[in-house]
Design a protein around this ligand. Structure first.
Ligand code: 5GP
Length: 113
């Protein structure tokens, strides 16, 4: 199987602005930011999307969310922030490697478009 974009970033084959890394996850600045702070947090082990996660992934998924909150704290998003997971075509997914968007630094409207 060919590597996903985010696996290539984790392997340092493609460069990215890394804001956090541990043995399980990586957090990078989005190349096309939709807010003053727009970070992507993803597991190094590729899960295509949340709809394809299995019970075996539950620890990894918990870790991913906890680290997203830790990155938000590190980036000082005191006014609040939003975590988003896009799933499938209608959900706006473009990279088939599960990732959490962390958006902040401005007021975010609800409902989203
Ligand atoms: P999705 O649309 O799948 O939820 O999110 C994919 C995100 O990856 C998009 O926000 C897009 O801007 C970002 N992205 C796509 N290619 C690259 C890249 O090469 N580097 C970085 N840092 N972000 C990327």
């Amino acid at each position: 199987m060919s590597q996903t974009l985010f696996e290539k970033i984790a392997a340092r084959e493609i460069s990215a602005q890394i804001v956090f890394e541990d043995d399980l996850v990586l957090a990078i600045r989005d190349i096309n930011p939709q807010a003053p702070t727009h970070v992507l947090i993803f597991p190094k082990r590729a899960v295509p999307r949340i709809a394809e996660a299995t019970p075996d992934d539950h620890k990894l998924l918990g870790h991913l969310l906890l680290k997203a909150a830790e990155v938000a704290k590190k980036l000082d998003l005191k006014g609040g922030y939003r975590l988003v997971i896009n799933n499938g075509v209608d959900g706006g997914e473009t990279v088939p490697h599960l990732h959490v968007h962390l958006l902040g630094g401005r007021h975010l409207a609800w409902p989203p478009g």
